[in-house]
Write a protein that binds this ligand. Structure first.
Ligand code: GAR
Length: 194
């Protein structure tokens, strides 16, 4: 049985692309049933439409860092209507607080561009570079109501070169993300007995 995914994103959607590529070449037995974004002109929505995946903008409401409670409820409804089993946050830049967490308990994962618990929040690669770290990486974790907190599932390390720029480092971290996230989804699919 294919694992039915719902993907939430606010950005360009390169992690969505990586998931779909792994599905297409048979490394991941899953299907993306729905893509939702809180950003009307996010690249992830265009990408989803190009890939013939149902995609929708959800107006986030009155807060800057979280969603209105009724918006979370709407998203739960949409994800349930699409029969989604696992929700993947692929660059979704808002904290979840209510209905999504309770309805998809232990069924929401997030990818973050640092070796958590170090450097949660925005532009984590810049934080790691500024702190003089020799290595950083990316983390996939279960989502709770904090900022990039929740039980860690897997991490992939990326070394920081002496002459690294934020752009170069971020690009290498993203490459690691594109390997790690589909692999974790495949593992979850396997352990779900699918
Ligand atoms: C990814 O690097 C992801 O780790 C990050 O947003 C980017 C989305 O890229 N997420 C966070 O920082 C979450 N705190 P994408 O739109 O190309 O997949």
């Amino acid at each position: 049985m294919k694992l039915r995914l719902g993907v939430l994103g606010s950005g360009k959607g390169s992690n969505l692309r990586a998931i779909v590529e792994c599905i297409n070449d048979g490394r991941l037995n899953a299907e993306v049933r729905l893509v939702l974004s809180d950003v009307a002109n996010a690249g992830i929505l265009d990408l989803a439409r190009d890939l013939n995946i149902p995609a929708m903008y959800v107006r986030p409401g009155r807060f800057r860092t979280k969603l209105d409670p009724e918006v979370e409820q709407d998203m739960v409804r949409l994800l349930n209507e699409a029969d989604v089993e696992l929700v993947v946050l692929a660059g979704f830049m808002r904290i979840l607080k209510g209905a999504l967490l309770s309805s998809f308990a232990h069924r929401i994962i997030n990818i973050h561009p640092s070796l958590l618990p170090k450097y949660p929040g925005l532009e984590a690669w810049k934080q790691a570079l500024k702190s003089g770290e020799k290595e950083t990486g990316c983390t996939v974790h279960y989502v709770d109501n904090g900022i990039d907190t929740g039980p860690i599932i897997a991490q992939k390390k990326v070394s920081i070169e002496p002459d690294d720029t934020p752009e170069r480092l971020h690009a290498r971290i993203q490459k690691a993300e594109h390997e790690l996230l589909p692999m974790v989804i495949a593992d979850l699919q396997g352990s779900a007995g699918g």
